[in-house]
Design a protein around this ligand. Structure first.
Ligand code: GAP
Length: 454
């Protein structure tokens, strides 16, 4: 595991440790020693993942009138992957060390060592570079004789391309328009270090925007702007993001132009998502391989026919989750007593994506405070993701909520019994205000709407 730190001292090990301790992410099949390249999302992790997906989905579909959704099957006709170029081109260059038997991606070995065929770990001799296809193959049907070959999709995008005509026809979409999809993808990755950054099973949030040829560059710029603004809205520290334009040797086989948004993870700047100009490559190939006419008929322009160009925004959902954990993480000094309590670990999630939005905490279990707190929680449940915690000192309970990124804690005390008021404690500032329980919902909703990361 990469142990490097960036300026705020976050290491991947701290993130992994918190993720396990607080139920965000567990190693897959841990009791059997773990399964490389696969991770399980615990109670906090699945909430966070679902919220990120919902945030993205709202951004794409609800806030863009011309984008609709799709949920295509993972298993697709194998010809799809011949047409897409994945069978031929979706490969990593691999080398093995004859001495220590380790396997490497050739493009990750320092060029001088690769030229000398020298293992970067033990100095042993490396094999020749060979192409390794990243698609997982399996078999469909009762006979395993190769006739039922089927792939686990390595990207969700192809499900969109093969359905584009269905969607134009069923939903009367007019170019330019987009199709959004969230779903699993699988790649037989050789290097799977750095926690959930690069895994064999992961989730993508992809949107394919169909445009008139010639308008592709304009919409490419537009979507770059939209994707940058998305992260601002999500409350990400924008100084941790940067653009990286693909050089000619980096461009995927389908792309005319491509930019990555990179985030400064603990191991350095790495790709977070890509914005690609895929031209008419995919539709041309599917038209050719399927024999079906995939041209768009422009009824507003004399029934002109053309294959639309495609601008793709392709984000990794699970990678975004890792980014948000890293971005939100802070070890903060909050007192000066010279003991462990001086520090808190806090996740500064945007309230819209925090796994728990509001925790209700009775100051004491006794004297009817627990019952009152439960009643208040009950009243909030319909609108917010809530938690309830009555065990331990109140300070400890705040810290537990800080560690999972709960933006608001509501404390119920003796005064609450008298006058119906409660304390709302804000995670980031730790400021506390007293409000009447009847105003609680409106207070929280306003705080969510007005939220800005300090
Ligand atoms: N449809 C285009 C496409 O799939 P990509 O750059 O290969 O493009 C897009 O992948 C995004 O998917 C990446 O920016 C990353 O966030 C995520 N991703 C790709 N491979 C991944 C892996 N092995 N594990 C986790 N996320 C991955």
């Amino acid at each position: 595991m990469d142990n490097a730190t960036h300026d705020s001292g976050i290491t991947m090990e701290k993130i992994v440790s918190l993720a396990k301790r607080r139920g965000f992410v567990f190693q897959s099949s841990e009791i059997y020693g773990g399964q490389a390249g696969a991770w399980d999302y615990g109670p906090m992790g699945v909430e966070l993942k679902n919220r990120i997906a919902r945030f993205w989905w709202k951004e794409m579909t609800q806030l863009h009138d011309d984008i609709v959704g799709l949920d295509a099957a993972i298993l697709m006709h194998p010809r799809v992957w011949e047409a897409s170029g994945h069978v031929e081109n979706f490969t990593d260059p691999l080398v093995d060390c004859k001495k220590c038997k380790q396997r490497f991606r050739a493009d990750m070995i320092p060029p001088d060592k690769l030229a000398k065929k020298e293992c970067p770990e033990c100095g042993g001799e490396l094999t020749d570079t060979r192409k390794f296809n990243l698609m997982f193959k399996t078999n469909i049907g009762p006979v395993d004789d190769g006739t039922g070959l089927i792939y686990l999709r390595p990207e969700t995008a192809q499900g969109i391309y093969v359905n584009y005509k269905n969607i134009v026809q069923s939903n009367r979409m007019k170019v330019p328009f987009g199709i959004a999809q969230v779903g699993k993808a699988f790649r037989n990755e050789i290097v799977t270090k750095n926690f959930i950054f690069r895994t064999c099973e992961f989730e993508q949030m992809e949107m394919q925007y169909f445009v008139k040829p010639g308008e592709d560059e304009k919409f490419f710029d537009y979507w770059r702007g939209q994707r940058w603004a998305y992260y601002e809205k999500l409350g990400v520290r924008m100084d941790k993001l940067r653009w990286h334009q693909h050089g000619p040797d980096e461009l995927a086989h389908y792309a005319k132009d491509a930019y990555d948004i990179e985030y400064e993870f603990p191991m350095g700047f790495k790709e977070l998502e890509g914005v690609h100009n895929r031209t008419d490559f995919d539709l041309t190939r599917h038209q050719e391989y399927s024999g079906k006419d995939l041209q768009y008929i422009d009824q507003d322009n004399g029934n002109a026919r053309y294959l639309p160009y495609i601008i793709e925004t392709s984000a990794g959902l699970t990678r975004q989750l890792l980014m948000l954990l890293c971005d939100a993480y802070e070890e903060q000094k909050v007192a000066d007593k010279g003991n462990d309590d001086d520090w808190r670990t806090v996740l500064h999630f945007h309230p819209n994506i925090a796994p728990v939005t509001v925790a209700v905490l009775p100051l004491m279990k006794k004297d009817g405070l627990a019952e009152l707190a439960q009643d208040i929680r009950q009243g909030l449940k319909e609108e917010f993701a809530t938690d309830y915690d009555q065990s331990g000192a109140i300070g400890r309970r705040y810290r537990r909520q800080d560690e999972i990124g709960t933006p608001f804690c509501v404390t119920v005390d003796y005064q609450s019994k008298e006058d119906g008021t409660v304390t709302v404690r804000f995670r980031d500032s730790m400021e506390q205000v007293r409000v009447h329980r009847d105003e609680l919902e409106a207070t929280l909703k306003k705080a969510i709407k007005d939220y800005r990361r300090a």
